[in-house]
Design a protein around this ligand. Structure first.
Ligand code: ACO
Length: 319
């Protein structure tokens, strides 16, 4: 049994912040940001919450699938920026789409979260535990960013994407996942609710990042994990139709393609428009590709995510 994609959906807030807007807030420029990252714009949540965006993306995926919400067995939401610690975002999505028979929980592995959630769904489906699983990645990164830190505030955006999977006989998804807690300090965001007893404050906390360290990690580990799932599947690089990578930085994706000696045209990108929406980048991109009818049944898709933890994961599956 394998989870086949029956529907995709996404939601990004309408408010757009471009690089020129940012250059009025911090010492940066459109040229610097585009050259170093490939990003031109990002969509920023104003009134929208993470669970609202997750619900919108989920609803579109469910509508497209033509599966009744009551048939959904499980909802998994990958997020590290929900407006609530509990209730979990998955339960908010359940309420919003009327998936009355679904269990649900959230999963946090930062930017790798969607790949982990997708792999978890596939494992449940192949074990025969659940048949119909909704997998969502949703983030409000704008709430976690220090808007005076030019090293990080230029990189992120907000949004959500969703995929509805239903079990079918035959086929297999090939997966791998790793983490390296020794490198946890390369990318952090402390809990906003942690009380500092010495300063007697509930300190605000923002994303802090060793940009070059994260860059080097991604460029080394993503090609390795791509090779790992291909080995499992006894497949060659040439047999993959699309490499759908976490959209953090154009230069990371270019370096991965180069290391694998593979044409960049097989690495779709949309980070120019949305920037890094963490766990939401991959499902937003899948939904865009689906809408453009780039994805056909039987094509081989290899997803790879990487991020804080440090964590990285991949899945090779048939569309
Ligand atoms: N505008 C202008 N100058 C800047 C900016 C900015 N926004 N940010 C940094 N600089 C300056 C630095 O201060 C430095 O100046 P100096 O030479 O006078 O000291 C100079 O630019 C070079 O800085 P670097 O950090 O060396 O620049 P780099 O080429 O490494 O680019 C970047 C920085 C874009 C952050 C890059 O390291 C990167 O993309 N890393 C990966 C980060 C990432 O993708 N994180 C998220 C992945 S995981 C997840 O998604 C959660």
């Amino acid at each position: 049994m394998i989870g086949k994609v029956y529907g995709t959906g996404s939601y990004v807030p309408p408010h757009v912040m471009d690089n020129d807007d940012l250059s009025r807030m911090v010492d940066t420029s459109d040229e610097w940001i585009r050259e170093r990252t490939g990003i031109s714009r990002r969509h920023i949540a104003k009134a929208e919450t993470t669970s609202y965006m997750a619900g919108e993306a989920a609803w579109k995926a469910v509508e497209q699938s033509r599966i009744a919400p009551a048939e959904i067995d499980l909802i998994l939401v990958a997020t590290s920026s929900s407006e609530t610690i509990f209730p979990c975002t998955a339960c908010e999505v359940q309420k919003r789409i009327g998936a009355v028979n679904a269990a649900g929980y959230d999963l946090n592995a930062a930017c790798t979260g969607f790949v982990h959630a997708f792999n978890t769904a596939q494992a449940y489906i192949s074990a025969g535990i659940y048949r119909t699983v909704l997998v969502v990645g949703a983030e409000s990164m704008s709430n976690m960013i220090d808007w005076s830190d030019r090293g990080t505030c230029i990189l992120f955006g907000d949004g959500a994407g969703a995929v509805l999977l239903r079990g079918e006989e035959g086929g297999k998804a090939f997966m791998a996942a790793h983490s390296d807690g020794e490198k946890s300090q390369a990318l952090t965001s402390l809990s906003r609710h942690r009380r500092d007893w010495e300063k007697e404050t509930d300190g605000a906390s923002y994303v802090r990042m060793d940009g070059q360290g994260v860059f080097k990690f991604a460029v080394r580990k993503v090609p390795e994990i791509i090779e790992e799932v291909l080995d499992q599947a006894h497949m060659e690089l040439d047999e993959v139709d699309y490499f759908v990578l976490h959209q953090a930085n154009r230069r990371i994706i270019e370096a991965v393609a180069k290391r694998l000696n593979t044409d960049l045209s097989r690495f779709p990108m949309n980070l120019e428009e949305y920037a890094n929406t963490s766990a939401a980048t991959i499902p937003i991109l899948l939904d865009e590709m689906n809408e453009k009818e780039l994805l056909q049944r039987g094509q081989k898709v290899l997803m790879a995510g990487f991020g804080a933890g440090l964590t990285w994961g991949a899945c090779l599956f048939e569309w």
